[in-house]
Structures are given as structure tokens and as C-alpha cells.
Design a protein around this ligand. Structure first.
Ligand SMILES: C[S@@+](CC[C@H](N)C(=O)[O-])C[C@H]1O[C@@H](n2cnc3c(N)ncnc32)[C@H](O)[C@@H]1O
Length: 281
């Protein structure tokens, strides 16, 4: 019989050999999942004996991770902001960097009792919209995506997070056919330059939807389409906020300025990279 300590050491070595940066953490997450305990509990209880049945179940998950399937797809969930969200192969795995966009909106709209209407273009798992609604209890919002699979996950997440009464979802090509106006529009659109897709980590290149990643030759195609639509869909004085790729912030700021937006500013992520661009209609 193996102990938790034996198992974690073995999985850590295998995941490292497979080129996984987060080998130790991922090993702990998978073992914790099967044992039904908190991951941190394992760190302090390496002596726990793992049954043969549990080992078999862990091995199934470990083989998937070794082949570089994202940990969130294996577990079926990802923590984002304060929310525990369901994710699938149809959704982008919500990234910690994207929390910069949520935080940036809340800093620019600090009244938590405001009854804002929020539009989230390319909502994916619904992470940005639901995080904002969780902080703004009187706000309501619409998440748009072209992917029916992603929208089903987003709608399910709204129910799980207790916000189904304030979050609507709509299938569409960005703002086509939309006639209502919003106080805030956010988006984390696909922004990876096409030529870079093949160079991404296997978890991303092989397992995340291409339509959530590819942003055209220079990665900026979606911003060029979305900014003019935001002029039409924002109230005067309304706030627009984008996540952008590393090195894209100035170019996106220039697109906003070209379309008459003011107070254009850039927010950095925790690594000091210009990660979001905000502008006022
Ligand atoms: C980078 S992902 C962002 C997902 C989620 N908002 C997040 O931050 O994790 C971009 C999303 O835009 C959606 N998308 C791509 N092109 C679209 C289009 N023309 N109209 C609507 N949604 C689109 C994709 O399906 C994908 O869910």
C-alpha cells in the first residue's frame, strides 16, 4: 500500500518529466480530488494510506495530466475571483491575469450599490461578468459569445453562483443585432497573433478552443471590430475595458482614441505588464 507521501513524490517526478511547471501543486490537487480532502491537508498528512481503488482512480487522472490536459479540464472547475466556476473544453480556462480587468472596473465604478448594466463580449465561462455581478449586487448583465457550448457553461455557472436572475446570455457575433445600451462593456477577446498559436504550451494549443485564442495576424483584429461597436452600445460616459496581450496595450489605446473615447488608460497585471485598457465613451 502506498502512502500519500509516496504517491505525491512519484506524481511530482512524472509531471516534472512531462514539462509541467506546476508539477507539485497539480499532483496534490489530483490526489486531493480522489481522496475528497482539501489539497493543503495532504501536505500535513503524508502518512495517510491510499487504497488500491483510490490509486487506480488517481492514475486515470494523472495520465491525463501527464499528456498535458489542463488541470481545470480534469477537475472540471477553476477558481476565479471569489467564484468556483465550471470549465470545459468549450471555454477558455479563466486566467488570474483576467482578474485585473474585474479589479479595474471596480476601481473605476466604486459605488457597489450602483444598478449598472454590464455587457461582456466573449463571455466564455462567464467569469468576468459573474465576478463583477458578485461585487455589484444591484447590477445586471449580458454575456455574449459565438460558442453555444461556452454559453451553456456560463449559464450553468450563473445558476451555481446564485446570479441567474441578474445574468443573461446570448449567442451572437459580438454586438450584431444588439440594440440596448450598457453602462459598462468589458471583453477579453481572442488576442494571440495567429503565428504564435503553435508555440503555446500544449495545455493551451491542444486543449483550449482556437476561437478563444486566435486574434489575426497581429492579434488586434477583435479590438478593431469591437471598439466601433462599443461606441454604439455604451451610454455617454460609459466605461469600456479590454484585456490585452503583452505589448498590445498602446495599440489598443490608440484604437480607442481614434474612435473618440477619452480617459484612455492602461492597468498593469501583477507582473507589471500592461494587461488592460480602459476608456470612457
Ligand atoms: C479569450 S476568450 C475569453 C473567455 C472569458 N471571457 C475569459 O476571460 O476567460 C474569448 C471568447 O470570445 C468568444 N468569441 C470569439 N469570437 C467571437 C465572436 N465573433 N462573437 C462572439 N464571441 C466570440 C470565444 O468563443 C471565447 O469564448
Amino acid at each position: 500500500m502506498n502512502t500519500v507521501g509516496d504517491l505525491l513524490r512519484g506524481l511530482n517526478a512524472r509531471f516534472q518529466a512531462a514539462g509541467i511547471d506546476s508539477a507539485r501543486l497539480d499532483a496534490r490537487l489530483l490526489v486531493a480530488e480522489i481522496l475528497g480532502v482539501e489539497p493543503l491537508y495532504l501536505a500535513t498528512h503524508p502518512e495517510i494510506v491510499v487504497t488500491t481503488q483510490q490509486q487506480t482512480a488517481i492514475e486515470v487522472l494523472a495520465a491525463r495530466r501527464e499528456s498535458r490536459e489542463p488541470i481545470s479540464h480534469i477537475l472540471g472547475r477553476r477558481g476565479f475571483w471569489t467564484l468556483d466556476l465550471r470549465v470545459t473544453k468549450d471555454t477558455l480556462d479563466p486566467r488570474p491575469d483576467t482578474e485585473t480587468l474585474v479589479q479595474g472596473v471596480l476601481e473605476r465604478r466604486p459605488d457597489r450599490q450602483a444598478g449598472l448594466s454590464i455587457l461582456d463580449f466573449g463571455t466564455g465561462s462567464g467569469c468576468i461578468l459573474l465576478a463583477l455581478l458578485s461585487e455589484l449586487p444591484l447590477a445586471q448583465g449580458l454575456g455574449v459569445d459565438q460558442s453555444p457550448g461556452a454559453l451553456a457553461v456560463a449559464a450553468d455557472n450563473a445558476v451555481r453562483c446564485g446570479m441567474a436572475d441578474r445574468a443573461r446570455f446570448r449567442q451572437g457575433n459580438w454586438g450584431e443585432g444588439l440594440s440596448e445600451v450598457f453602462d459598462v462593456i468589458v471583453s477579453n477577446p481572442p488576442y494571440i497573433p495567429d503565428a504564435e498559436i503553435a508555440t503555446l504550451e500544449p495545455e493551451v494549443a491542444r486543449h483550449e478552443p482556437l476561437t478563444a485564442l486566435a486574434g489575426g495576424i497581429d492579434g488586434l483584429d477583435c479590438y478593431r471590430v469591437l471598439v466601433p461597436q462599443m461606441v454604439r452600445l455604451l451610454v455617454p460616459g460609459g466605461l469600456a475595458g479590454f484585456e490585452v496581450g503583452a505589448g498590445q496595450a498602446q495599440a489598443v489605446a490608440a484604437i480607442f482614441a481614434t474612435h473618440g473615447f477619452h480617459d484612455v488608460d492602461i492597468a498593469q497585471d501583477l507582473a507589471g505588464i500592461g494587461r488592460c485598457v480602459f476608456a470612457t465613451r
